[in-house]
Design a protein around this ligand. Sequence first.
Ligand code: F0G
Length: 450
Amino acid sequence: MKKPFLKAFGGGEKTYPITEVRYRSDDGRTLEVDNCIGPLDVKSAAALRLLFDKRLMSRKLLDRSGVWRYREFLPAFRPFSDIVSMGEGNTTIFSMPKCASYCGMDSLCAKHQGLNPSGSFKDNGMTTAVSMAQKLGACMVACASTGNTSASMAAYAARAGMKSIVFIPDGQIAYGKLSQSLDYGALTIQIAGDFDKAMEIVEELCNRGSIYLLNSINPFRIEGQKTIMIEMLHQLGWKAPDWVVVPGGNLGNSSSFGKAFDEMLKMKFIKKVPRIAIIQAQGANPLYNSFISGDRTLHPVHANTRATAIKIGNPVSFDKALFAVDSTRGIVDQVSEEEIAIAKSMVGRDGIGSEPASATTVAGCKKLVEKGVIKKSDAVVCILTGHLLKDPDYTVEFHRDELFLDADRKTTLSGAQRINTGGCSNKPVKMPADANAIMKYIEKWAEKGS
Ligand code: F0G
């Protein structure tokens, strides 16, 4: 069996060993792992499925992790020693009846990556990338982040006994996420600039050699995030849904989904893959612009959205995300701040909740149903990327009807634009400490229904 290697994304002869620390090819393109996995015969594919089932009953950490359970799809990490795992993955697929009816669909599901140890999908890729950092003997790791990558990296680095440094855009990261990086002991540097600037600086610093870069430009992050789709298919009895809907920011996640499906098809492990719909916020939409214009070129934008996780204007994995769309007959769409906010409240009403960026999926789904792209009866899985408690300020502001387009609180006083909550807010009620008055209020409230 051929050993996995690194190569430039988009082709070319030149290859690099897995153990070479580099983040781009000689000509500046992003790298990807070529896993050199050949097609399986029918018997071997069936045996692998059985093995994955058996591992669900195992007590070994590697089998219990929803990433390493699928390690046959991760041969670059062989011999699977030096693995840093927190039992990540294993995230539930929920039905969302209220969201389904909001979108005009018969049914709608969500795979909630917010149920990961650090509360976002980043853990799926961080376990693999930090494990690689450990194999390579790295002592210091770093990332630029809108918050979730930094929280995840800080957690895994702490577990591995590594020093971690996070670069975050000053004043633009949700407090839930910032609190995690601080608590896990990361050196937290607030850059006077946006995420795109922070990304530029961290790549430059890591190229100097002593610090290992853990953003999704690191191809080993993408490897781990592939397992979100592998686990989803396993949970669905290896039957692909019609659509997977995912938010798009730096575009690492959608890229990893495209790679997972491509490899599973090439391995003849599955016969059909879902179509990928990538949804961006209207104020941070470079992939959408390129998809609509058809020019397939990245024109960076100055990003602006209250869904701070995806406030990214110059995504690193642009080309890989285009491949994910092309290879699955996928689509890219954009949604407004209002659409995100209301869709998020719907996810909450289904008793699940998510952070704002994740709700682009439900908002996008509604839009694509209205356009006739997604059919009412299609099987659709939305990927909820982060936990509700990552950004509690946003949620509370929404329910108090105090959610403004510009997050800077000073501008709320000078008539900045309020986001319309569409009658979906659920304001806290102030009452006197009087049982009778409270009961009366409850009775009236109960009559109205929910
Ligand atoms: N949803 C959430 C909750 C995120 O944190 C991110 C990215 C995305 C969606 C977009 O995923 O970048 O793979 O397209 N957050 C990064 C961070 C950039 O720094 O935490 P993507």
